[in-house]
Each structure stands twice: as C-alpha cells, then as structure tokens.
Design a protein. Sequence first.
Length: 263
Amino acid sequence: MPYATASDGVRIAYQLQGGGFPLVLLAGQSNSHRWWDSVRGDFDATYRTVTLDYRGTGESDKPDQPYSTEGFAEDVIAVLDELGIERADVYGTSMGGRVAQWVAARHPDRVRSLVLGCTSPGGPHAVERGNDVRRSLVQPGAGAARRALLELMYTPAWLATHPGPYHTVGDPGMPEYARRRHLRASNTHDAWEALPGIAAPTLVLHGTDDIFNPTANAPLLAERIPGARLQLIAGARHAYFEEFRTIASPLVLDFLGGLNEGT
C-alpha cells in the first residue's frame, strides 16, 4: 500500500487506477476510499483516479487528535505532492465536498475543475438536517440506526433490490474515537467566507430528495462560488452518485470534459 506523509508525520494511504489526467475522488465522513468502489470505473477510462483513506480510516494512520476538513485538505495536497501531480480535477461528495472546498480555495493552482456533490458550506449559513433525522441516527440498537442511515442514503426501491454490501455507511474498521473526530470535523466545517475565492470552474450536484444533507445547500454553494453550475437529480437521496450513477457520472464527465477540452 503506497503512502504519503502529511506535514505532521501521519501516513495517508492512497490508491491509483486508470490513466489520463488526474481526478481526485473524495469520500464522505468516516469512510475510506471504498466509498467510490461501485462507481470508480465510470471515470477510469478517461482519468487517472486518485483516492485516499482519510486519517482515521482504511490503511491510513489513526491518531487520536483533532481532525478538521482543512486538515483533510492538506492531506490531499500531501498525496498530490507525493505523486508529483501539479494539477488535478477534484470531485468530492458529502464531507468530501467540504474537504474539496478547502483544496480549491487554498490551493487554486492545484485544482483545474471542481465538482461538489451532496455537500454544504457549513457554518451558520448552511441548512442543517432536521431533528427527526438526527433522532433516527441515534436510535438504541446499531441495527435500527444503520437502517435509518441506509434509508437516508438510498430510496426504498434501491434497497429492495440491492442487498449490499454498502460502502457508504462508514468504514467498519474505524476506531470509535476516530468516528467522533470525523463527526466533529464535518460538523465544524465553515468555508462560507472562502467560497467566493474559488476560481476553478465548479459543478454543484445534489439529489432533490436528500434530507441527510438538505438539498437547499446546493443553491447556496452555487450562488456563493463564482460562475458555478447547479444540477439537481430528481428523486435522488444522499448517495445519488451510486444509485443514480447512470445520470450522475455522465453529468460529471460531460462537465469536466467540456471545460477542459484541449487543456
């Protein structure tokens, strides 16, 4: 397993597939690179996809210390540096979209194009999930809470015909302290003031039926980032990129290809 070393000495595991211009794929909270397993092949024919295991997940080190979306973004840069990649397209979903905001805002020379999926700006300007959603995720018994999370990620029709395994509901090998660290990192994210400084062409994607990260966050991002495009996917919940991959992946590829043709 190849590793990059972050500025504080933490080892970050990364994975490469495909060929072509680099495309960084950033997973959601408390998930490793396996978040992308079911759809990564959609991009490998055109791109050299780069994923990583956030600190606290997968094969990366798991220090019991504060994490942040800004820190995760610097870990992304450490991976790009290790690979000698000067510029890449970046596609982040859920917390990965929050991390991607910092990558693009703080390292504009490293990001050619940006896709933000099912994410939010964080902070007081964001639209938070409802208390009913929060309560459903802290039900007594791990089985009930897991089922509630699955129903936030996927439609009933999808769950009825796709028995799993599901790679979007958390890295099963994470220590509990790392889960808490990830949750706090995502909950304390606030990139509102940095968003107008994002110079990369940006596509904002979101499912219309996402209540886990409410859909209302998508137009907030699109209006805050100069020139950003907004695309909503009808009927999709939080894991739109997997359940609606035949719509979502072509949208991303068309956006990136159209903007970057000849560059």
